[in-house]
Ligand binder design. Sequence first.
Ligand code: HEM
Length: 211
Amino acid sequence: MKNLPYTFVVRRLATILSVVILSLSLIAAVTGILLSFYYEPTAGGAYNSLKIVESEIPNGWLIQSLHEIAGNGLIAVSLVEIVVMFLGEKFRPSWLTAWISGILLTLTAIALGWTAMLLDWTQLGYWRFAIELGTLEAIPLIGSQLRDILTGGGAVNTVTVAHLYTLHSYILSIGALILAIIHLGGLLIQEKEEKKQAIESEAELSFSEGN
Ligand code: HEM
């Protein structure tokens, strides 16, 4: 078998992972939309609405599990992708686009997981959010504004669930989808450029050998 160069293997792996990333984002977005048909973004209704999805809606448990697996899988795969891209670094504009969009996508995926923390309104989610809110509030200058944006200015209640739900289901999920498309696009363009370069250098080599 022909010995493939290490950088080629690493870059091809990055492209394959970017296809996985886009697929996971699409699965999470579609299952999220399906969940939203029954999900009630209020402090009193969130927990019960998800219990109804799990136990009474046909295949509701499957949609919920797929959303959880795709959402958490997206975080894991995009973290691996950053390492793979770092190993195959290439300073072309297309590679840089994929690198920057990959990092932003990882941060968005983490933010999606974070904003989902309170959405099921369980004891664990509530207290974890309350503690992490305290940490956010301690950030100098912007801490208290950040807290107000997330909670709606008061205690952790229905308004907080609605704010996190809006961030999660509209802003961050659309951002993740756009970034996943840009990321894959950047890597596909870079593969095309690399192929063209290889053909050109091969042609040059055979030309100089012929002379
Ligand atoms: C790229 C798109 C999305 C990603 C990556 C994503 C990711 C996540 C993650 C990681 C969780 C936490 C799952 C867990 O560990 O229990 C979650 C929960 C949730 N997401 Fe999304 N999400 C996306 C889009 C959406 C959309 C579009 C909606 C609704 C319109 C939505 C609604 C929800 C709801 C209601 C929950 C709570 C469900 C539960 O706790 O069982 N998500 N999401």
